[in-house]
Write a protein that binds this ligand. Structure first.
Ligand code: SF4
Ligand code: SF4
Length: 393
């Protein structure tokens, strides 16, 4: 089994205990596609499909277009919808369905039709009699999207998971949580009498344990399993019930540059800058930087034109601290911490990417290095720079 480590944390970065629900962004920016033929001043209903991939999460008026940035560093032309806050829906043809009454084959087909390809494939390749695992853990420090989804949609998630257990005739059903997720552990323990087939496993707070390749050996599993996250179950429910991809996502906004770290459920297409202006208090008299999708694995980005997409998971707002990267002191810590047996030190010395051939971009080598060497840049083929941002552990 691979060695895993517990990260040291800055306990002054504390998330609010309740999820904030952002129901009313003023503008929504939805990526255009070539086939979209909608004129300005067009009235849009909530959940109306306006492009191949784009469902409007609000009702309102189409007022034009604008170039916006995405997490994947694309600059794309988007429709701009001005929210009218009326939440008027199109009449739906199909009545809402309960996932328990839909066959597994139908769920797989619906997911594929609504562009949830990886989730659809995952279910398609699962076998009858498998071990079914609900993985309610987050790995990135200060990020708690899965934990908050489990807490907020507790009943819906457990009911759906239990329905899947029956559909797959699962040989065993496990719910895994980290030992510091006390509220979800307590909630689950209170429900043990209702879900008799499920077993709760409380795991140590190791970084990367939520990743399938590290979780499986920990659970002594090799094959015939299906691992699902609360966010995937939520997607499944939305697709089956509403016949479209979810129009809302959960994002952690945290970091040592703000006073009120929190989890926000917001609309896909909302402006990140507007979201931060509305809900986040930046500490006074400091400069901050924005790290997208995690301190260890994410990247610093300019958020001026960034929009919320379904691959945006977290925004870490950090005090800007410029530290000099120093000479390697040959301590060997980067080599011994690497869970994939890479040789970051040799990669740094020779500037050769072959020493990172198994790299999973977990960020542990940069985290542990006392000389603050930024391996991320070397791994991605960029030249190392002397200025780095320190991770607050
Ligand atoms: S980022 Fe890559 S090289 Fe560095 S510790 Fe993680 S797997 Fe190893
Ligand atoms: S952890 Fe940093 S200082 Fe230590 S051997 Fe690796 S690169 Fe050098």
């Amino acid at each position: 089994m691979k060695k895993l480590v517990t990260l040291k944390k800055d306990y002054s970065i504390k998330l609010y205990s309740q999820m904030t629900k952002d129901k009313a962004p003023k503008y929504i920016y939805l990526p255009m596609d070539e086939k979209a033929k909608i004129k300005s001043d067009f009235l849009i209903k909530k959940e109306q499909r306006i492009t191949n991939q784009g469902i409007s999460p609000v009702s309102g008026r189409l007022i034009g277009s604008k170039y916006c940035d995405t997490v994947t560093k694309k600059n794309i032309k988007c429709f701009v919808i001005l929210n009218d806050y009326k939440e008027t829906y199109q009449k739906r043809r199909a009545a809402l369905k309960n996932i328990t009454s839909v066959s597994l084959e139908k769920i797989i087909t619906e997911l594929k039709q609504h562009n949830c390809i990886s989730l659809s494939e995952k279910l398609k390749h699962s076998k009858k009699g498998c071990t079914l695992i609900l993985n309610g853990m987050d790995d990135e420090p200060y990020v708690a999207n899965e934990i908050f989804l489990s807490k907020e949609y507790y009943f819906e998630i457990l009911e759906t998971f239990d329905a899947l257990r029956e559909k797959l005739n699962a040989s065993s059903t496990k719910v895994v949580m980290k030992c510091n997720d006390r509220e979800n552990i307590e909630n689950f323990e209170n429900q043990m009498g209702t879900y008799l087939e499920m077993e709760l496993l409380v795991l140590p707070d190791y970084y990367l344990i939520a990743e399938e390749q590290f979780l499986l050996p920990y659970l002594n599993l090799e094959d015939n399993y299906l691992i699902l996250k609360p966010s995937e179950i939520k997607t499944m429910v939305t697709v089956v019930q509403k016949k479209h991809y979810p129009t809302e996502v959960v994002i952690t906004i945290s970091g040592n540059g703000i006073e009120n770290p929190q989890i926000i459920e917001t609309k896909i297409g909302a402006s990140v800058k507007d979201l931060i202006q509305q809900y986040i208090k930046i500490k006074k008299n400091i400069d901050v930087i924005y790290c997208i999708n995690g301190l260890l694995v994410g990247e610093e980005m300019d958020i001026s034109n960034l929009i919320v997409t379904n691959d945006l998971q977290s925004i870490m707002i950090m005090k800007k601290e410029i530290l000099e990267s120093k000479e390697c002191i040959r301590c060997g810590k980067c080599v011994s911490i690497c869970p994939m047996n890479c040789n970051p030190k040799k990669g740094f010395d020779t500037n050769k990417q072959k020493y990172f051939s198994n790299c999973i971009h977990c960020g542990l080598c940069s985290y542990i290095c006392p000389s603050k060497i930024d391996f991320k840049k070397i791994i991605s083929g960029e030249k190392n720079e002397t200025k780095v941002h320190e991770i607050p552990f």
